[in-house]
Design a protein around this ligand. Structure first.
Ligand SMILES: *Cc1c(COP(=O)(O)O)cnc(C)c1O
Length: 388
């Protein structure tokens, strides 16, 4: 059996979406900026994609800017907002558990950054944000849902606090869009990032929502595409596919969330019940419907991944971007985990395509793999001796 349980890293492109994209490559292939018929046809496909994307987020079409993905959207939101507000200061507030697309952008820039801590379930506190805002604060950027543990932040309250102090608010909603309800008006955010490949659209396309009236400076220079704010010939087939995938994802979302959450709970409870010395890292409440993250003590996450893979199960340890590095995940450290426990983490991220049979298969293999690895571990030998 093969089980793909790494949907937080990327998803399979929905074949039905791909099918609908193909004619945009081969028939409506004009440049949307061209004035001839082929260009006009492409222009209308792009317009349709923008309208559909906006509708799914309760935004206006004018507020949607297509990008090359979540990373570009995050970079643009942060660097654009900072540039716009440079006269006010260079203090930016974020959380300790952001994606590297946010953290590295902040570290590379000439900013004064405050990192809001999270509690051991992975949530920031409104009081901490309140206290962190200063006269020279120009931006608050806090992710909507975390990509490693799945904690969902109280974005509406956080955005409220920022706005009461006249500070812009951006959220990286890449893990949230298509998975939990995202309504930009209800959230009250100024900017919101999303990425297609996290909800069954192709890789390399995303969008930044920018609230009407907020004129965000460009990240790149070039043509007049996207109202002159994001130059470069639009990726029309990908934007079209992303809009269809988003529409499909948000249709009947509550029901899908309920089903997936039940599968998630079966998986994590099954692991915690059968594997001793196993810590739950994903929160029990306010967690993404498909996210499971546990730490298996006295073992390395990497060795567990290899064994899972040999049994046909694709999972991840921390985040795909950090594999290959020896540092434990900054997200798990921020929860207060020690280095050993953080190193023993395994993330299994499910999507609507995963079945109960697949979860049963993981639950059959996981305890066997842990037992086999621990039997070879000198650390485990000591633990067992102590227990007598
Ligand atoms: C995947 C991801 C990104 C990056 O998106 P890309 O489209 O891969 O560039 C940013 N933030 C979060 C939370 C993510 O999960």
């Amino acid at each position: 059996m093969r089980v793909y349980a790494d949907n937080a890293a990327t998803t399979r492109t929905d074949p039905e979406i791909l099918e609908k994209m193909l004619p945009v490559f081969t028939e409506t292939y004009g440049n949307p900026s061209s004035i001839h018929t082929a260009g006009r046809d492409a222009f209308f496909v792009l317009k349709e994609a923008r309208d559909r994307t906006a509708k799914a987020l309760n935004a206006l079409p004018d507020e949607i800017y297509f990008t090359s993905g979540g990373t570009e959207a995050d970079n643009w939101a942060i660097l654009g907002a900072a540039k716009k507000k440079a006269a006010k200061g260079r203090h930016i507030i974020t959380s300790a558990i952001e994606h590297h697309a946010v953290l590295h952008t902040l570290e590379k820039g000439d900013f004064d950054v405050t990192y809001l801590p999270v509690n051991e379930q992975g949530f920031v506190s409104c009081e901490d944000l309140e206290k962190a805002i200063r006269e020279d604060t120009v931006l608050v950027t806090v992710m909507m849902a975390n990509n490693e543990i799945g904690s969902i932040q109280p974005i509406r309250q956080l955005a409220d606090i920022a706005h009461r102090r006249n500070v812009l608010f951006h959220t990286d909603a890449v893990q949230a869009v298509g998975h939990i309800p995202v309504d930009v008006k209800e959230l009250g955010v100024d900017m919101l990032s999303l990425s297609g490949h996290k909800f069954s659209a192709p890789k390399g396309v995303g969008a930044l929502y920018v609230r009407k009236g907020l004129l965000l400076p460009n990240l790149m220079q070039g043509g007049a595409q996207e109202k002159g704010r994001r130059p470069g010939t639009e990726n029309v087939p990908a934007a079209y596919g992303m809009s269809l995938a988003l529409e499909k994802a948000v249709t009947g979302l509550e029901d899908k969330m309920k089903k997936l959450s039940a599968l998630r709970d079966k998986l994590i409870n099954g692991i915690l019940d059968t594997v001793p010395y196993c810590r739950r890292n994903s929160p029990a409440e306010n967690c993404l419907p498909g996210m499971v993250n546990v730490s298996v003590q006295y073992l390395e996450g990497e060795s567990i991944l290899l064994m899972l893979d040999m049994n046909g199960i694709c999972a991840s340890s921390g985040s795909a971007c950090t594999s290959g590095s020896l540092d434990p995940s900054h997200v798990l450290l921020a929860l207060g985990l020690d280095h050993e426990t953080a190193h023993g983490s395994v993330r299994l991220s499910l999507c609507g395509q995963n079945t109960e049979e697949e979860v049963d298969y993981i639950l059959e293999k996981f305890p066997q793999i842990i037992a086999r690895l621990r039997a070879m571990s000198p650390l485990w030998e000591k633990v067992e001796k102590k227990e007598g």
